[in-house]
Design a protein around this ligand. Structure first.
Ligand SMILES: Cc1cc2nc3c(=O)[nH]c(=O)nc-3n(C[C@H](O)[C@H](O)[C@H](O)COP(=O)(O)OP(=O)(O)OC[C@H]3O[C@@H](n4cnc5c(N)ncnc54)[C@H](O)[C@@H]3O)c2cc1C
Ligand SMILES: NC(=O)c1ccc[n+]([C@@H]2O[C@H](COP(=O)([O-])OP(=O)(O)OC[C@H]3O[C@@H](n4cnc5c(N)ncnc54)[C@H](O)[C@@H]3O)[C@@H](O)[C@H]2O)c1
Length: 472
């Protein structure tokens, strides 16, 4: 039996950060990891996907600038792109992150973690041996999520690719079919079409349908320009893996599609199988529901927390790490009997999860957004005004690239005169997002925003243009 103040199950970005916060707060914490320290984000998600996408984006940028364009005469070097991806996935070795854990004073227990009783976690190693860990104060579930595979006839037997196999692909398939129209589907259709696949995308509900409509429309248009067959409204009815290894899809309208590989990207499911939820009276199979301080609801004694993807608040690394900071701090505060600051925007609450989630989708164009879309703001009952501006009309964008195309939308809460949502579509707009995040989180009054002068000649001048369009 080994005892720590806090035991964290799952050493993805969220579990690592949470344990670190607890140790920084003066308590002891250990992490349990059954696969690679660093989790999905480091090896099969954020980092390798962005590595797959970056070379194509850099090439496009160079081709849009006379002078640079002439210097770029070849095509993408696919092998070099895959090698760069491998290095960003640390060749699927976690030594670097294990060293970091050691330097941060966080013991690692390798194996599958399962809650066996109140504040007790059993770790089963690859060799079948079991270690029992006891937590004096809290157990945290930070086990993340896995790809959801829907009940489509023949799909499971056809062994489709999920994001994992796609992101780690050793070769680029000649024909790639994609089920889904969300973030993974859009990014991977962009990457693989640029790497040479002939891609068919079955976007049942549209492309990026939860974003501002102009975002999905622009991404769909650029995918079509790359030769992707974007099929909005199309749905797979059945799937078959053929003897020659190819895949046949039959759509619900009877149409046949042939592909060499099939990616299923229709969302996520929580990693909560066999983690002992029933031992503490929770229903197995469901996402974990937490209160404002990430404490799992319905558990007597308040010792169980859940942070990151597994609580379904926001399935993004940066928001999960933000939850980890709040939860780590609140666990320490409760252990020390200190005051809890869990009101709106308090130290122990992850308020931004509800009001100001930034996200960048690394497609062409990049889609960078924070806060509410116009539709979501209206659905929330806000009285809003939407202000749009063409990014290509700024001097900065004209300098940046020939034929620059982009768009910005600001959603203003008319009752409070603050920005509640902001979306940008355009090349390299990712790096412009944080200004919008600060405006939304800070609830900066529009009158004051007039004093935040964007430098000339940058694309950020769109802020001034949006304010001018809104009127003073
Ligand atoms: C293709 C793709 C691209 C993405 N790109 C981005 C992006 O660009 N930016 C962004 O912000 N987000 C991105 N995301 C989302 C991001 O990957 C997740 O939000 C993030 O990884 C969640 O972190 P986590 O620590 O909660 O879970 P995970 O990263 O899933 O880590 C959980 C860890 O827990 C371990 N584990 C699970 N069960 C047990 C158990 N019982 N015992 C022991 N260990 C266990 C797992 O092995 C894993 O290491 C992407 C997701 C996908 C699928
Ligand atoms: N750049 C980033 O920030 C980034 C990149 C990739 C993934 N992620 C995160 O990872 C998570 C998972 O991404 P995802 O793309 O799998 O999910 P998603 O929720 O973004 O998109 C799922 C898509 O599948 C469609 N869909 C759902 N059920 C379907 C069905 N039965 N048949 C056909 N289509 C169906 C939905 O309409 C939606 O378009 C997301 O929450 C996302 O935030 C983030």
């Amino acid at each position: 039996m080994t005892t720590y103040d806090v035991v964290v199950i799952g050493a993805g970005p969220v579990g690592e950060n949470l344990a670190d916060r607890v140790v920084q707060g003066g308590l002891s914490a250990a992490v349990v990891e059954r696969e690679l320290v660093g989790g999905e984000c480091s090896y099969w998600a954020c980092m390798p996907t962005k590595a797959l996408l970056r070379s194509g984006a850099a090439l496009r940028t160079a081709r849009q600038v006379p002078g640079a364009r002439e210097a770029v005469t070849g095509e993408l070097d696919v092998a070099a792109v895959l090698r760069r991806r491998d290095s960003f996935a640390s060749d699927w070795q976690d030594d670097g992150q294990v060293s970091w854990l050691e330097s941060a004073g966080i013991p690692l227990h390798r194996g599958h973690g399962r809650i066996s009783a109140e504040r007790v976690v059993e770790v089963t190693g690859a060799d079948g041996t079991t270690t029992t860990l006891t937590a004096r104060h809290a157990v945290v579930v930070a086990t993340g999520s896995g790809a959801l595979v829907p009940d489509i006839e023949g799909l499971r037997d056809a062994a489709p690719w999920t994001s994992r196999e796609t992101v780690a692909a050793k070769e680029v398939p000649g024909r790639l079919a994609v089920i889904g129209g969300g973030v993974v589907a859009s990014e991977m259709a962009t990457a693989f079409s640029e790497l040479g696949s002939s891609v068919t995308m079955l976007a049942r509900d549209g492309v990026l349908h939860l974003a501002e409509p102009f975002a999905g429309e622009r991404v769909a248009e650029s995918l079509r320009d790359k030769g992707v067959s974007v099929r909005i409204g199309a749905e797979a009815g059945s799937v078959k893996r053929n003897a020659d290894g190819t895949v046949s899809l039959t759509l619900t309208d009877g149409e046949q599609i042939e592909a060499d590989e099939l990616l299923v990207a229709i969302g996520r499911t929580p990693n909560i199988q066999d983690i002992g939820l029933e031992a503490v009276g929770l229903k197995p199979g469901a996402w974990l529901t937490v209160d404002g301080t990430m404490r799992v609801e319905g558990v007597e004694g308040g010792w169980l927390y859940a942070a990151g993807d597994v609580n379904r608040r926001v399935l993004l690394t940066h928001q999960g790490k933000y939850q980890a900071r709040a939860a780590g701090d609140v666990i320490v505060a409760r252990a020390k009997g200190e005051a809890i600051d869990d009101g709106e925007w308090g130290r122990h609450a992850a308020t931004a999860d509800e009001r100001a989630v930034p996200q960048v989708v690394f497609t062409e164009p990049e889609i960078a957004s924070v806060g509410l879309t116009a539709a979501a703001a209206e659905a929330a009952g806000l009285r809003i005004r939407v202000v749009d501006y063409d990014l290509a009309a700024t001097a900065g964008s004209q300098l940046q690239a020939e034929g620059y195309q982009g768009h910005a939308r600001m959603v203003v809460d008319e009752d409070r005169k603050v920005v509640v949502g902001f979306t940008l579509a355009g090349p390299d707009v990712a790096e412009m997002l944080h200004a919008a995040t600060i405006a939304v989180v800070g609830e900066v009054p529009l009158d004051r925003l007039w004093h935040a002068v964007p430098a000339f000649p940058t694309v950020s001048e769109v802020w001034l243009r949006l304010l001018e369009a809104y009127g003073r």
